[in-house]
Design a protein around this ligand. Structure first.
Ligand code: AMP
Ligand code: ZN
Ligand code: FE
Ligand code: FE
Length: 282
């Protein structure tokens, strides 16, 4: 196989705007050879995505993205063989329960700030079993309280803003262990959001590698060229698998295209060869 791939995407199973079938067909139409579905806290879109991949003639990889406890934030991607991905379901069920406790708190805070918004309205925006902040942002924009999803995050929902609440999360080590236990390959997502300089990240990678981390998302839509160069060096130094993705959310994240990101991404298929080798060993 050759060509280009995307190893980080979201569907309606979490906070993307395309169904798994639509997303897989979209990836095919954009000329990609493979796409991984990595919804937040659910593998609910995987079966449909795999089936559509068979039908459309594009390779689909089962994945998930979980948020782990770290300031300001750390996300862990897990990649699974078709035989293994259902093993992580119980862990994800627990994580989704924690989310269910957070959303009403956010809504209540927004109400306190004077916005007329209800949990029912937000749930209507979510088509799968995960309700998240992008759904809340969409309702806020729909009601004319802001012009863009980005504005809602910047003013209210992002970490440090007035309607932010943190979720009860696994520690990074626990996140890695749960993915490994389920027979998956743990990969550190978008390291630029960790808020660390290269020395800090280097130290962190020793710890995460010790916990069982297998890879790092070196190619990412929001990276500068300098970021990518540094991450590549660190991945090589720590003997971590290199992955990459656009974090495509369709209409729930503005101006990001599958595979291409903001026009800055080209992720070669050879990276997937190595990931699949690790998936077979997992
Ligand atoms: P949640 O899972 O509810 O914590 O929401 C996380 C999701 O919110 C991310 O995957 C993004 O889709 C979105 N998000 C987080 N921060 C921002 C931001 N600053 N601007 C736009 N979307 C964001
Ligand atoms: Zn998301
Ligand atoms: Fe993420
Ligand atoms: Fe993501």
């Amino acid at each position: 196989m050759s060509g280009f791939i995307d190893l980080h995407t979201h569907t309606t199973a979490s906070d993307g705007s395309m169904t798994p079938e639509e997303l897989v067909r979209h990836a095919k139409n954009r000329g990609l050879s493979a796409v991984a579905i990595t919804d937040h806290d659910t593998v609910g879109g995987i079966a449909a995505g795999l089936a559509e991949g068979e039908a459309a003639g594009i390779e689909v990889i089962a994945g998930v993205e979980i948020s782990v406890a770290f300031k300001p934030e750390m996300h862990m991607l897990g990649y699974f063989s078709q035989a293994a991905y259902t093993n992580i379901k119980d862990t994800l069920d627990t994580l989704r329960k924690n989310r269910e406790e957070r959303n009403p708190k956010i809504i209540k805070k927004l109400n306190g700030l004077g916005f007329d918004i209800s949990l029912e309205e937000v749930k209507k925006e979510a088509l799968g079993d995960v309700v998240g902040r992008p759904h809340i942002a969409k309702v806020m924009v729909g009601k004319g309280y802001a012009d863009s999803l980005e504005e809602v995050f910047d003013k209210y929902l992002a970490s440090g803003r007035p309607a932010y609440f943190k979720k009860d999360k696994l520690t990074p080590r626990e996140g890695i262990e749960e993915i490994l236990k389920a027979g998956g390959v743990p990969v550190l997502a978008h390291p630029i959001f960790l808020g660390l300089d290269s020395v800090g990240l280097d130290h962190l990678l020793y710890e995460l590698k010790d916990a069982g981390l297998k890879g790092m998302e070196v190619h990412y839509v929001e990276n500068t060229e300098e970021d990518t160069r540094l991450l590549l060096e660190l991945a090589q130094g720590h003997e971590l698998l290199i992955t990459g993705g656009s974090d495509f959310h369709g209409g729930f994240k503005e101006n990001i295209e599958i595979g291409a990101g903001r026009g800055n991404l080209k992720i070669p298929y050879v990276l997937l060869e190595e990931l699949k080798r690790l998936m077979r060993q997992a």
